[in-house]
Design a protein around this ligand. Structure first.
Ligand code: C2E
Ligand code: CA
Ligand code: CA
Ligand code: CA
Length: 278
């Protein structure tokens, strides 16, 4: 770039050099961690309005030997830029399907699993084939797999998203909009995408029950979703007061620390032994 001398020097500052190295090291560590199967999935329960456990969201965890647990918010962007998101994303899909099929066999036949998809996975051809083959391999019925796609990922290439979502829906999986309300989706597109669920972003849930604007936003989302025949999930529910008001406003399902934190599969086994499912 034709930057001024000053900003050119700034580009090569030792601080940025350090950051670039740290990033490269993390990318290498991630590659090895994937090769050695060191990543794992945690599961956060989702409950319907009657308090039944209806599903789980699979969330990636990376226990790093030196740095402890690294958040997906930190390593997913690195996986996306390096292309590692593809082997990683395929593994997540397969592992989540396998685990939930096992829980179904253990007496929770209606249990569902939600898997997060990165925009990079949407952009690569053949995602529908991957989904199909992971379902076949695990024996999980398509209707019990839900794919979560953020509103902003969907809107990056709306026409391409449209084609892909129709292919995925054709397989029979459920599709949900993650972080709803934070992006800029056109309602016209939203109506034409074959969606089943909206997840109201935590930032709106945070203001419930005191913030009048957040209440109005949730009311509007619920009213719109009803018209479009979509189910509504509120995420990031942390207090009883939030739970009560969100239920009253018409949210169909709830997820959050109040009801259950993301947990290892073994801890979910224990929870399932105590919980009503359907
Ligand atoms: P997300 O999909 O919006 O997931 C919800 C995040 O909120 C999770 O953070 C979850 O642990 C956290 N959370 C759940 N309930 C509460 C609550 O009551 N209060 C608060 N403060 N937080 C709550 P996590 O696990 O750190 O994941 C962060 C993000 O990383 C996810 O956001 C998702 O975008 C991404 N991610 C996680 N796993 C995967 C994956 O397998 N593939 C892809 N592509 N992205 C993933
Ligand atoms: Ca999600
Ligand atoms: Ca979310
Ligand atoms: Ca998020």
């Amino acid at each position: 770039a034709k930057a001024s001398g000053r900003s050119t020097y700034c580009f090569f500052s030792p601080e940025m050099d350090r950051q670039a190295h740290a990033r490269l090291r993390l990318e290498n560590d991630l590659r090895h961690a994937i090769d050695r199967s060191e990543l794992c999935l945690h599961y956060q329960p989702q409950f319907d309005a009657r308090g039944r456990l209806v599903g789980v969201e699979a969330l990636l965890r990376w226990p790093h030997p030196q740095r402890g647990m690294i958040s997906p918010a930190e390593f997913i962007p690195i996986a996306e830029e390096s292309g590692l998101i593809h082997p990683l994303g395929d593994w997540v899909l397969g592992e989540a399907c396998r685990q939930v099929r096992q829980w179904q066999r253990q007496g929770h036949p209606e249990m569902r699993v939600a898997v997060n998809l990165s925009v990079r996975q949407l952009q690569r051809r053949g995602l529908d084939q991957t989904v199909r083959s992971e379902l076949r391999r695990s024996g999980l019925e398509a209707a019990y797999l839900e794919l979560e796609i953020t509103e902003s990922s969907m809107m990056e290439d709306p026409a391409g998203t449209m084609t892909l979502l129709h292919a995925l829906r054709g397989i029979g999986v459920q599709l949900s909009v993650d972080d709803f309300g934070t992006g800029y989706s056109s309602l016209a597109y939203l109506k034409r995408f074959p969606l089943q669920r909206l997840k109201i972003d935590r930032s709106f849930v945070d203001g419930i029950p005191d913030d009048g604007d957040d209440i109005a936003i949730v009311e509007a989302i619920v009213a719109m979703a009803r018209k479009m025949n979509l189910r509504i999930v509120a995420e990031g529910v942390e207090t009883g007061a939030q739970h009560e008001m969100l239920t009253r406003l018409g949210c169909d399902e709830m997820q959050g620390y109040l009801l259950g934190r993301p947990m290892a599969a073994a801890d979910m086994d224990a929870l399932l032994a105590r919980c009503r499912t359907h």
